[in-house]
Design a binder for this molecule. Structure first.
Ligand code: SAH
Length: 398
């Protein structure tokens, strides 16, 4: 009875009854304030238990443990059992299999989206034959070697790189790291999105090289392309290129990163498309465009997460409101605004409300053409609202 023995050998972590209820309703995180007792160490896989009224204990599942993080437990499975290599390989196979139907899946895709794919704290992105991984919690960080072996076995990539330089690792008290773990990465990788050629740099681009979560929204934007289009917070011109492909007369990108715009120009050249680029602070630039009486037919707004936590939501709201109000004023009657918020803390009703206010303040009527979210390779796990973070409204401004 090896399985039984190994399951028994897991250290116990006891949580509050309130947290146990949350876990039973589908959530997968337990906060530090809900820990009651622990026999475990940072990065361990533990058995999660809670005490019921009569004094006995309930088993809630197995989880990664990190007492140094506010999110101290991340549930891996509701059954307590052995988590061997085959267990993890099956989870990876399933995540990859689930994405088989998606377009461009061989070119670029998120293959593993952490908790939503039941592999807590792990991101795996594919750019052609290069994989880029991020381990965002102590438990996943400790298992990086095993998981890389599994990924090599399943996908035989030319290279695997890690982008463990995101600031969220500080919340787990994990050091910042970035580099190639297997194989070689020789500069940017060429991939396709909706038939367009793009260059992604897994080692020095933003995130793991690209904003994969907006892929389906970028492709969709091509259907609204016409006349004069503006892509604000453009990064490497993802929306702009699709708008140009879709038949826009003129497309302008704005970003504060000169490097990102250099990549946007290169991609436009690769595809024989014309896109103009402006390095600027988007807030200032939108104000200037408004002052100059400029008008557009389509505007995309895709700012970084202005609200990184609950406390900063109010300030973030002002930022979102300002850019949306300015964009609304810059649109011709009948124009289309494709506006996103990737802050989890800005919930969809709140975002919708500030868009309504911006419409009111701008003296315009807004029609909702579409309410969109993140691409399907970033699935939303029901019961775990943190997995739904991207909101994207397509609005007609009249
Ligand atoms: N739309 C892009 C992703 C945008 S990510 C895509 O689909 O690929 C947000 C971008 O905003 C980043 O490129 C960042 O450089 C830029 N940025 C952040 N703050 C900015 C500011 N105040 N003004 C202009 N650009 C900004």
């Amino acid at each position: 009875m090896l399985i039984h023995f190994q399951a028994m050998s897991l250290p116990n972590v006891e949580i509050s009854r309130r947290a146990a209820k949350r876990i039973r309703s589908g959530h997968v995180w337990v906060y530090r304030s809900d820990l009651r007792s622990s026999e475990a160490e940072k990065g361990d896989i533990v058995r999660v238990v809670s005490r019921h009224g009569s004094g006995g204990t309930n088993e809630l599942g197995v989880a990664f443990y990190n007492p140094e993080s506010l999110i101290s437990l991340r549930l891996i499975d509701r059954q307590v059992h052995e988590l061997n290599r085959e267990f993890w390989a099956a989870r990876f196979r399933q995540a990859i299999e689930n994405r088989k139907e998606l377009p461009d899946i061989e070119d670029m895709a998120r293959l593993v989206f952490g908790e939503a794919d039941c592999i807590p704290g792990l991101i795996v992105d594919r750019y052609g034959d290069v994989l880029v991984i991020q381990t965002g919690c102590a438990g996943s960080d400790h298992r990086i070697d095993l998981w890389i072996d599994i990924l090599e076995e399943l996908l035989s990539p030319a290279a695997i790189a890690e982008r463990n330089d995101s600031s969220t690792r500080r919340l787990e008290r994990l050091e910042s790291r970035c580099g190639v773990l297997r194989g070689r990465v020789d500069g940017p990788v060429e991939v396709r999105e909706g038939g367009l050629r793009q260059l992604v740099d897994p080692l020095s681009g933003q995130k793991t090289g690209a904003y994969l979560d907006q892929r389906e929204n970028r492709l969709r934007s091509a259907e609204y392309a016409r006349g004069r289009c503006l892509d604000v917070f453009s990064y490497q011109g993802g929306f702009a290129l699709q708008l140009a492909r879709g038949g826009a007369g003129e497309v302008l990108c704005v970003d504060q990163s000169e490097r990102a715009l250099e990549a946007a120009r290169a991609a436009a050249r690769l595809n024989g498309l014309t896109v103009s680029c402006q390095t600027a602070n988007a807030f200032d630039f939108l104000r200037e465009l408004q002052g100059a009486g400029e008008r557009f037919d389509v505007i995309c707004l895709d700012p970084p997460a202005f609200a990184k936590n609950r406390k900063s939501v109010e300030r973030a709201e002002r930022g979102y409101k300002e850019i949306n109000l300015r964009a609304i004023k810059l649109l011709r009657s009948g124009g289309v605004l494709i506006t996103s918020s990737c802050s989890y803390h800005m919930l969809e009703p709140q975002f919708e409300n500030l868009l309504r206010e911006a419409g009111q303040d701008g003296g315009r009527t807004l029609q909702v053409l579409e309410r969109r979210s993140q691409s399907r390779d970033h699935p939303v796990r029901l019961g775990f609202p943190e997995s739904r973070y991207l909101k994207c409204f397509v609005l007609r401004v009249i």
